[in-house]
Design a protein around this ligand. Structure first.
Ligand code: HEM
Length: 222
């Protein structure tokens, strides 16, 4: 059975608020850590991990947490403002992701290395393409009169579900990037596991948030 705000017990509510705080900290800490390790500007490659962390760990996580009933930093703002900031942050994420993808592809071209030859490279490409389509889907919600085929409510559920899939793809790409030779040569032992915990925490928190807001609740209403 789905839990509604009214039927949630206080320990469960506190636990969700606490995990929300952990998600904000993880999103920021991961981006800063990757920035410290890669030192953006030190080489062309150095921009790739940094921009991708900005895109998927910082901007995308914050864009989704905006709607969290417990851990949104903008809880007191109207839904309209939250929606605006959500798409602005998603746009920033897509710009960073496109730049990050262009840079790594150009760097591989310069060094005569094969493209999309690793699981990270392949899934990473899929993630950026997915994010681009997800943004297009978001635009059709913004201008919802453009499409009349499905009801707005139904399209919102589709957008949230596919958005969750895209976000989890992003977390997996981040984790696979951390398994690269480049990263494992610089970050080892406990620090590596601590860094790996960040996309895991944000992934679980966002999954819980979206399932509670849309999937369980909509199903229990139907
Ligand atoms: C969700 C975020 C990320 C996406 C979508 C992504 C995407 C990609 C793609 C598509 C490639 C292959 C480009 C080509 O073959 O032309 C690549 C390569 C690479 N990425 Fe990422 N990346 C992400 C995050 C990271 C992070 C956080 C790191 C480091 C911690 C990283 C390290 C690398 C390395 C070392 C390569 C070159 C080796 C390889 O192709 O696997 N990436 N990335």
């Amino acid at each position: 059975m789905a839990l509604s705000i009214e039927t949630e017990t206080w320990p469960y509510r506190y636990l969700r608020a606490l995990s929300g705080v952990a998600a904000h900290i993880s999103a920021v800490a991961f981006t800063i850590s990757v920035g410290v390790v890669s030192r953006p500007g030190s080489s062309l490659f150095s921009w790739h991990p940094f921009l991708m962390s900005m895109a998927f760990s910082f901007f995308m996580t914050e864009a989704l947490l905006i709607f969290s009933p417990e851990s949104s930093l903008l809880r007191s703002f109207s839904r309209k403002i939250k929606v605006r900031l959500h798409w602005a942050a998603q746009l920033c994420a897509l710009v960073c992701a496109t730049l990050g993808l262009t840079i790594i592809s150009f760097n591989k071209y310069l060094n005569d290395k094969p493209h999309f030859a690793t699981w990270h490279g392949f899934l990473g490409l899929l993630t950026v393409i997915f994010a681009a389509f997800q943004t297009l889907g978001g635009i059709t919600l913004l201008y919802h009169k453009l499409i009349t085929r499905w009801s707005l409510a139904k399209r919102k559920v589709y957008h949230a579900t596919s958005g969750l899939v895209g976000y989890l793809l992003g977390c997996t790409s981040l984790l696979l990037g951390m398994c690269s030779l480049w990263f494992t040569a610089s970050v080892t032992g406990g620090s590596w596991y601590l860094a790996a915990l960040c996309p895991l925490v944000t992934g679980l928190v966002v999954m819980n948030q979206v399932s509670n807001a849309y999937l369980y609740r909509k199903r229990s209403q139907s």
